[in-house]
Design a protein around this ligand. Structure first.
Ligand SMILES: *Cc1c(COP(=O)(O)O)cnc(C)c1O
Length: 392
């Protein structure tokens, strides 16, 4: 019997080291990692700048608590605000926690601003916001909610339709929360027109717009944040996954007028923004600039999209290309699990997003040669699966 709880379906592979786009298992087999640890290691595994920053900080000071000043936290916050156009940041340890803080902040802000407690948050169908009780309630998926009742009051699910959203807004509504590209839900980008429409609805009804960019942020879609491509700014923005290139960290950013609802004592996190983690985040953000990572993500995103489109045109079982930048989905006329298994046997790691969508999220440092190899492996895997050679 394993002493780990069985909440994950784990594969019988254990990686012992990683470098850039490659992972190595116990037998030293090499894998091309087009999962980035689920959109986390955007600079590739063990980027030397992040490793050096961690080593130096680990030997200097790891943790103090938020009872004291943490200059690196200030530096990272300033950088994130400069990049996003927002004003203030709260640091935590994960995406779900960043969303929890966003939810609490939206509720508290409405109380402060309107004097009455507006608490309801509208979230979109196909959305994903995390696994804590509040964020799983914000995630309208039976599969994730089953067995955890009673869920958190104050959430309402809406379709991706502006008229339906407007009709769902009540006197209790304080915010709309969504991912600009819905990752776990199937790599479904929301159109710029839709996001602009949502912004207009929020302005009209005095609601906060919360963008969950836990997966889409930090260059994943070819710009630092996906919202830039729609020309729409949120009032609250949440980040996590790739923010520390693998070091656990989350961040909730907000406009000053909203952030001010968090006065001393209203929210907190023991580990949030600790010096060690902030060193990793600083190194990650600096590396994105110094190594021109966004430009590469943009170019490689186009190349990957074109190559996947080519593959789709050659294989009837592949249906549709989805996504933006280096967050890509390919839908299939059947469950994708056998294809993913076949790819892994051939040395390529890819993910699913729901039952029938392949999710392809390479590091932003990916090269043309990596993409070439990945497409070659995918092609072989698709052929074998289509011929029924592969087993589920
Ligand atoms: C992964 C993810 C989360 C949850 O992040 P955790 O760090 O696992 O808590 C929340 N929102 C989105 C959009 C995600 O992709």
């Amino acid at each position: 019997m394993t002493h780990l709880m069985s909440n994950y379906g784990r594969l019988p592979i254990s990686f012992v080291r990683g470098q850039g786009t490659r992972l190595y298992d116990e037998q030293d087999n090499e894998y091309l990692d087009f999962t980035s640890g689920i959109a986390v290691t955007n600079l590739g595994h063990c980027h030397p700048n992040v490793t050096a920053a961690l080593q130096e900080q680990a030997a200097t000071l790891v943790h103090t608590s938020n009872l004291f000043q943490i200059p690196k936290q200030e530096a990272v916050a300033a950088k994130l605000c400069e990049l996003s156009g927002l004003d203030q940041v709260f640091f935590c340890n994960s995406g779900a926690e960043a969303n929890e803080a966003a939810i609490k902040l939206a509720r508290k802000h409405s109380k402060e601003k309107y004097g009455e407690h507006k608490f309801e948050i509208l979230t979109l169908e196909d959305g994903f916001h995390g696994r804590t009780l509040a964020t799983v309630t914000a995630t309208p998926r039976k599969k994730f909610q089953e067995g955890f009742a009673p869920l958190m009051p104050g959430f309402r699910y809406v379709p991706k339709d502006l008229a339906a959203i407007e009709a769902a807004i009540s006197e209790n509504t304080c915010a709309l929360m969504m991912e600009p590209v819905q990752g776990e839900g199937g790599v479904l980008p929301l159109t710029p027109e839709f996001l602009q429409g949502v912004r207009a609805l929020c302005d009209k009804h005095g609601l906060l717009l919360i963008f969950d960019e836990v997966q889409t942020g930090i260059g994943r879609t070819g710009t630092m944040f996906a919202f830039e491509q729609a020309g729409v700014q949120p009032d609250i923005l949440t980040l996590a996954k790739a923010l520390g290139n693998g070091i656990p960290v989350g961040a909730t950013l907000a406009k000053a007028e909203v952030a001010s609802a968090f006065t001393p004592g209203t929210h907190g996190s023991t580990f949030g923004g600790t010096p060690l983690v902030m060193a990793a985040v600083l190194a990650t953000l600096e590396t994105i600039e110094s190594e021109n990572i966004l430009q590469n993500a943009k170019e490689m995103g186009i190349e990957l999209g074109l190559r996947l489109q080519g593959l789709i045109e050659q294989h009837d079982c592949l249906l549709e290309l989805r996504g933006l930048g280096l967050l890509r989905g390919v839908t299939m006329d059947r469950p994708v699990a056998p294809l993913i298994n076949k790819c892994r046997e051939l040395g390529l790691l890819v993910l699913s997003a729901g039952e029938n969508t392949l999710r392809i999220i390479p590091p932003l440092t990916v090269t043309s040669q990596d993409i070439h190899l990945a497409i070659k492996i995918l092609e072989q895997a698709v052929q074998e699966v289509a011929q029924g050679v592969a087993q589920a």
